[in-house]
Write a protein that binds this ligand. Structure first.
Ligand SMILES: Cc1ncc(COP(=O)(O)O)c(C=O)c1O
Length: 366
């Protein structure tokens, strides 16, 4: 029995007949760039998340870039974030000429709010918490610091559509929320897509222009912009899949329960969901000793796993010009050697999860 880490083909085969009908309808409409599906998607997301504006974009990366730009981040500024993220959350800061200031994480892999204040300087323009794995960061503490210093929060919610903290949706706490709809996300397009949320009318208007060459209309360009629009076709696919998101999340949460029941937690550390959180489990990451050996052992036994992320961003070759102290970000460093991402997708069967748990328990018992 081979257990894949993701199963996008299965998702497609399950949806095929209805999805193809939807795609045909959009192709027949002749609307490809912009169109009804894009508008519908934006309306659906803003009402789902209870936020005033959603702007459909072509990726989560562009949502972050345009969000930072709208907050006025520019050359010489600093943005506080974490180093244990997908590379995009840092590269967008670098591309605007600003400097990422990394803060260490808690045991649950999310930014440690107690360390944010020390990282603030008079150049800090934004705080960017990353809701890693689908778990929302400790927003009470982050917002307290943000308010105290009057520094806006831009949430990297790329992995966290539908996740909640104290009953409020991720991407609606800060001034801007940024989401990815990459095929690997819980709400996934058939290619690159992303979206941005905000309650600010000014920011929404600015980003609507920026995603479309900066054009307010055919004749007026107030800011030089980008080409960062979501295709009508991808929006249609996302509208179709948005109706299924609830079940996707429920199945993932059910899978986690099975893992928790069957994994011997003497051997593995699993950050538990606290009462404040509602995690949508974009990924299911556990922390273990002998991680690389475990990964090989699981692979030999047909279980595909991943590591998110093996190299903290500040240690990437792209950063080689900067020298960091040896023990910089100790928790991030420690976790990078322990984390392993187990399959969690909605097509996993109970017997597959039990097999994975048995293998892991056996690996450590021996
Ligand atoms: C934490 C995080 N930030 C940003 C991104 C970038 O999103 P996209 O791939 O849609 O550009 C991703 C997606 O992989 C992500 O996981």
């Amino acid at each position: 029995m081979k257990i894949p880490y993701v199963n996008l083909k299965k998702q497609y085969f399950e949806e095929k007949s209805k999805l193809i009908q939807k795609i045909k309808k959009i192709l027949n409409s002749g609307q490809y760039v912009g169109g009804d599906e894009v508008k519908k998607f934006e309306n659906k997301i803003s009402s789902f998340l209870n936020v005033k504006h959603c702007i459909a974009l072509n990726s989560g990366t562009d949502a972050l870039t345009l969000g930072l730009y709208a907050l006025g981040v520019k050359r010489g500024d600093e943005v506080i974030t974490t180093s244990n993220s997908f590379i995009a959350s840092t590269s967008v800061i670098v591309h605007l000429g600003a400097k990422p200031i990394f803060v260490d994480v808690k045991k649950d892999q999310n930014i440690n709010p107690d360390l944010i204040e020390k990282a603030i300087s008079n150049r800090t323009k934004a705080i960017m918490p990353v809701h890693l794995t689908g778990r929302v960061c400790d927003m009470d503490a982050i917002l307290k610091t943000s308010k105290k210093h009057n520094i806006p929060v831009i949430e990297d919610a790329a992995q966290a559509i539908g996740s909640k903290y104290r009953g409020k949706f991720s991407g609606t706490f800060g001034t801007v929320g940024c989401f990815s709809a990459h095929p690997l996300k819980n709400l996934n397009a058939l290619g690159d897509s992303g979206y941005l949320t905000t309650n600010s009318g000014r920011i929404a208007k600015l980003i609507l222009d920026l995603r479309n060459h900066g054009m307010t209309n055919r004749n007026i360009v107030r800011n030089f912009g980008y080409v960062s629009r979501m295709d009508n076709l991808q929006a249609g696919i996302l509208n179709f899949r948005l109706e299924r998101l609830k079940n996707v999340v429920l199945k993932r949460r059910k899978n986690v329960k099975l893992y928790l029941k069957n994994l011997n937690q003497k051997f593995v550390y699993i950050p538990q969901e606290t009462k404040k959180e509602y995690n949508t489990y974009h990924t299911f990451v556990i922390q273990v000793s002998k991680r690389d050996d475990l990964k090989k052992y699981l692979k030999k036994n047909g279980v595909e796993t991943a590591i998110h992320y093996p190299t903290p961003i500040h240690l990437q070759p792209a950063y080689k010009k900067l020298k960091f102290e040896k023990n910089y970000l100790p928790e991030t460093l420690k976790q990078s050697k322990k984390i392993i991402t187990l399959p969690i997708h909605q097509f996993l069967q109970k017997k597959e999860i039990i097999k994975i748990c048995k293998l892991i328990n056996k690996f450590y018992e021996n």
